[in-house]
Design a protein around this ligand. Structure first.
Ligand code: SIN
Ligand code: FE2
Length: 212
């Protein structure tokens, strides 16, 4: 059902410390997409393997001082892209500016992300429930930007078994969570097939964190 909270420009507090900023990324959509192309031309999308040996359905890349990686040795942040042997590309200014603006609007002024994970969901990809806990300091929030195909974001509680809220995420939406909900479980339901006019047959997600 479409209600006032689903319109671009509206803000919805969906948990304590968590805010959904509808359409906040729309005014910079072209620059954001060009920046994704620039980063992934240097550090291409790849399907990483979990410590348990499963290949993730979501393809990933990173930019910024620290990139999130997983392989058989575990989950961690590192300055070097293991595929290229070079540092991850620098975080584009348009990324940092959007993340800082979103965090400030959500009540987290002074957020300085040093890591941006870029997730690419092709239809049928999903992200199972997890907590973001590889960062050194949990005081900083998570800023998550959605582009392209829509998806259902699942936002739960501190236990994996807690009930989840289902938030439809559209192209341009930005979700921020921190404070009391920083360690909440979250995930993304299987992305349905479709074609986004600007982004194509995929959903892109930018997850900004202060990792170091
Ligand atoms: C994540 O939690 O890393 C991804 C969230 C999303 O794709 O919206
Ligand atoms: Fe996450």
């Amino acid at each position: 059902m479409l209600d006032l909270f689903d319109l671009p420009g509206t803000e919805r507090r969906f948990a304590e410390g968590a805010v959904l900023l509808r359409g906040l990324a729309l005014p910079r959509e072209a620059e954001l997409l060009a920046a994704v192309e620039g980063v992934t031309a240097v550090s291409p999308f790849r399907h990483m393997v979990t410590p348990g040996g499963f290949t993730m359905s979501v393809a990933m890349s990173n930019c910024g001082a620290a990139g999130w990686i997983t392989d058989r040795r575990g989950y961690r942040y590192g300055a070097i892209d293991p595929e290229t042997g070079n540092p991850w590309p620098a975080m584009p200014d348009v990324f940092r500016a959007l993340a800082m603006n979103a965090a400030a609007r959500a009540g987290y002024p002074g957020f300085t992300p040093d890591a941006c994970l870029i997730n690419r969901y092709e239809p049928s990809a999903r992200m199972t429930l997890h907590q973001d806990k590889n960062e050194r300091d949990y005081a900083a929030p998570i800023v998550s930007v959605s582009l392209g195909l829509p998806a259902t974001f699942l936002f739960g509680g501190k236990e994996r078994s807690d009930k989840t809220l289902k938030l439809p995420l559209q192209h341009g939406d930005v979700a921020v969570w921190g404070g009391a909900s920083r360690m909440n479980f979250h995930g993304v339901n299987t992305v349905a097939d479709g074609v986004h006019p600007l982004v194509g047959r995929r959903r892109l997600n930018l997850t900004f964190r202060k990792a170091l």
